[in-house]
Design a protein around this ligand. Structure first.
Ligand SMILES: Cc1ncc(COP(=O)(O)O)c(C=O)c1O
Length: 450
């Protein structure tokens, strides 16, 4: 038996060493001197080992090697159901934004949950169709793609979302009213956790300005275009629910000009916790407020429309873990670096978005903590986290990155000629290899030596 001091909650609790600590029990057990518990928030700890669905995380590394991405489908389904539940009483369609994590087994899991798919390239459309999504469950929201690509998507029968006037005009000329279309509106709202992921503001390349509505109307009228949907997406990592509610009002206002709508797509951008003390978008409150307002809007509009959302992060961020091995511990005059057998080629978010990923030692769940700057092996500044308090690391230990489900593997590259990691999906308590570790042969497959 040992004791956990929950300093933040001002309570003490004694637990058995082999007690199973679930998310729920854990959430009341934040502890400063047992911060490893804190960091393992979504994992269970069984017999002093970090586990996902009862599978010890270190055993996955023994079986499949490192570095490796691991996805917990229980968490995905929990988030999916939570979102649906928040908007109960509404005809809601959730289209998973597959750019966040595009392994076909993950897409197949979403198919089984009866999710739709949000796609931004013809390749994502094709992946979705290959997995078995019906075309009407796929929305294609491209930006600056060729007209030929748009035509391909039209042929494949998916929902088309257009986000610029020139394309809308050409589309109208070629298709008239024969193909229904959704229009992406730029609501001029500056929101999001980082300038690179704020996409609904005046200087953004996305969407057609709300102030260009008269121009949209002229084109629609001139070609008899059948506008069946309106869409917006203002950014990612948006905490304030008023941003979503304000954006919704802009779409409701826009909707008055389009009498043949079937759906309104409010995009996504829900914030999830990354840091230990982070807060997230209050989905339940948003659901309550927005459902009420949507019902009123439908009454005003005179038709029950479908409400759509297209989350990526909310559905998969916390379901993913990235496991990597410590290659070296390097003490310099000012810093102790923990150098890993991975780099920004596998997880670019810290370097690209300044994002924070909790990192902890899964090989040693307990012990003295030390301060490390965790870095990768790429030949340029490649830092995962500065000054992180982690249970003392040794060469060969396995560290785990939290929130590694969204925009991690899907943004991975072969930079420095490094190979892509393997991916494992845990479903119903069983681990499944869903992507083999890359080999040099597969990297060379399309290269031609002349
Ligand atoms: C058009 C569109 N929809 C949905 C998303 C998903 O956003 P998030 O991962 O924040 O939920 C994105 C993200 O970039 C997007 O561009």
């Amino acid at each position: 038996m040992f004791q956990i001091l929950c300093s933040e909650l001002q309570c003490t609790k004694t637990i058995a060493k082999n007690e199973v600590i679930t998310n729920d029990t854990y959430s009341s057990r934040t502890a400063n001197n047992f911060h490893n518990y804190f960091f393992s928030f979504n994992m269970e700890r069984i017999n002093n080992q970090f586990c996902i669905q009862n599978i010890p995380v270190t055993s996955l590394v023994e079986k499949y090697g490192a570095p490796i991405y691991v996805y917990d489908t229980d968490k995905i389904s929990k988030q999916y159901k939570r979102l649906k539940q928040a908007f109960s009483g509404i005809d809601i369609q959730i289209n998973y934004a597959c750019k966040a994590l595009n392994n076909i087994s993950i897409l197949n899991y979403f198919l089984q949950l009866q999710s739709g798919l949000d796609t931004v390239s013809i390749q994502e459309v094709e992946l979705g169709l290959k997995v078995g999504f019906a075309p009407e469950k796929i929305i294609y929201t491209p930006n600056c793609v060729s007209y030929e690509e748009l035509q391909q998507a039209i042929k494949l029968g998916v929902h088309i979302n257009i986000d610029n006037l020139a394309t809308l005009e050409r589309f109208g000329h070629d298709y008239g009213s024969s193909v229904p279309v959704c229009i992406r509106i730029n609501p001029h709202i500056l929101a999001g956790g980082n300038s690179k992921i704020s996409v609904g503001h005046i200087d953004s390349k996305f969407g057609i300005s709300y102030y260009q509505l008269p121009h949209i109307e002229r084109i629609v009228k001139a070609y008899g275009i059948h506008v069946n949907g309106l869409h917006m997406h203002t950014g990612s990592d948006i905490l304030d629910i008023d941003v979503f509610l304000q954006g919704a009002e802009i779409l409701f206002d826009t909707a008055k000009k389009f009498p043949n709508l079937d759906y309104v797509d409010f995009g996504s951008g829900f914030k999830v916790p990354y840091k230990p003390d982070d807060i997230e978008t209050d989905i339940e409150l948003l659901g309550e407020k927005m459902s009420k307002r949507f019902k009123e809007f439908c009454t005003e509009y005179g038709k029950n429309l479908t409400m759509m959302f297209e989350p990526g992060k909310f559905l998969v961020s916390e379901a993913g873990y990235f496991l990597a091995k410590v290659n070296v511990i390097k003490q310099t005059t000012s810093t102790v670096f923990a150098g890993l057998d991975t780099g920004l080629n596998h997880l670019i978010r810290p370097m690209f978005y300044d994002s924070y990923h909790t990192i902890f030692n899964v090989s040693k769940p307990e012990g003295l903590s030390r301060i490390y700057t965790v870095v990768g092996y790429i030949c340029e500044t490649d830092t995962f986290g500065w000054n992180r308090k982690i249970v003392e690391l040794s060469e060969g230990d396995i560290v785990c990155f939290k929130n590694a489900g969204a925009y991690c593997m899907s943004m991975a590259s072969n930079y420095n000629s490094r190979l892509l990691p393997a991916e494992v999906m845990i479903k119903d308590g069983v681990d499944h290899l869903i992507r083999k570790r890359e080999t040099l042969d597969s990297v060379l497959a399309n290269q031609i030596l002349v």
